[in-house]
Design a protein around this ligand. Structure first.
Ligand SMILES: [Zn+2]
Length: 292
């Protein structure tokens, strides 16, 4: 947070955890790089909003990359609670090693969904019509909230990191001064090279860019790669199918296997498991209806 200016920023670097997430899948390099950048964006936006809840960033398109999604969950703003991330991509074969965002996505839409633990769910959608994800996010904020925003993202063999600056939305006492402040800070931020962003720790990035400005630095938080799938949630999905659909599936196969597309975990429900679930559900709904 800049002490004398209505501007705040977030810096994030990802290392081993995200590699684990990406190695679980066989993503082509441009898909892995985009997904990494989307994971970074999800955390930057979540931190910037001090959100308690979920924030997801998705791109859906008609090109070879059908859907790519990253989600950040934050239990609390307490530094002891890490950001928990998960992400996945669905794509056709044949994405070239040098494919650009435009090559991978045709008629794409960028969808940002915010689900606070308490309060209203919010969703914003913009067209993917910029060359990079960072420019798409800047354009999103300009279109949806008229908030000047600077985002720089890097995902290369050198490292994966992101840096975001945004003007605070509240009414300003001196708008002209705030414009000048933003121009200065933004101009300084744009001097950060991709190499520096990928390599330097947060305090060095801050010093490199803003050693002449007064900034307040907050306690850093960790980012953990952690899926929130569970046997219980998959069981609920089987109950959601209903008895007729479960009968049909089990007529053709011995078990229903649910694969988590985020973490590659497999959950197997054999016939006994499935019918016990459906039975328990029937008993639960009978019990609840007899209460009235
Ligand atoms: Zn999972």
């Amino acid at each position: 947070m800049f002490t004398d200016m209505d501007i705040r920023g977030v810096h994030l670097r990802l290392d081993q955890g995200v590699k684990t997430l990406l190695e679980q899948h066989n993503y082509p390099a441009p898909v892995a790089n985009l997904l990494t950048q989307m994971l970074i964006v999800a955390c930057l936006l979540s931190a910037n909003l001090k959100l308690q809840g979920r924030l997801s960033v998705q791109i859906r398109g008609g090109g070879p990359l059908k859907w790519v999604m990253a989600e950040c969950r934050q239990l609390s703003n307490d530094p002891e609670h890490p950001f928990r991330v998960k992400g996945m991509a669905q794509f056709d074969d044949g994405i070239a090693a040098q494919a650009s965002l435009a090559d991978m996505i045709a008629d794409g839409r960028l969808i940002i969904t915010i689900e606070p633990d308490k309060g209203q769910r919010y969703q914003g959608i913009v067209t993917v019509d910029q060359a990079t994800l960072a420019e798409c996010i800047e354009s999103y904020f300009y279109q949806s909230e008229q908030l000047p925003t600077h985002i720089q993202l890097v995902s290369t063999s050198e490292g994966a990191a992101g840096f975001m600056l945004q003007r605070l939305p509240q009414a300003l006492a001196n708008e002209h001064q705030a414009d000048l402040d933003w121009e200065l800070v933004h101009a300084l931020a744009t001097t950060l090279t991709e190499h520096e962003l990928a390599q330097l720790p947060a305090n060095q990035v801050l010093h490199r860019l803003f050693h002449e400005q007064q900034v307040k630095v907050f306690t850093p938080k960790l980012v953990e790669q952690q899926c929130d799938c569970s046997r219980q949630r998959c069981g609920a999905a089987i109950i959601g199918l209903g008895k007729v659909a479960v009968d049909d599936l089990l007529a053709e196969q011995d078990a229903i296997v649910i694969d988590c597309h985020f973490c590659n975990q497999h959950y197997t429900f054999d016939k006994v498991d499935c019918y016990v679930l459906l039975e328990q559900d029937t008993m639960a709904s009978e019990a609840s209806s007899s209460v009235h």
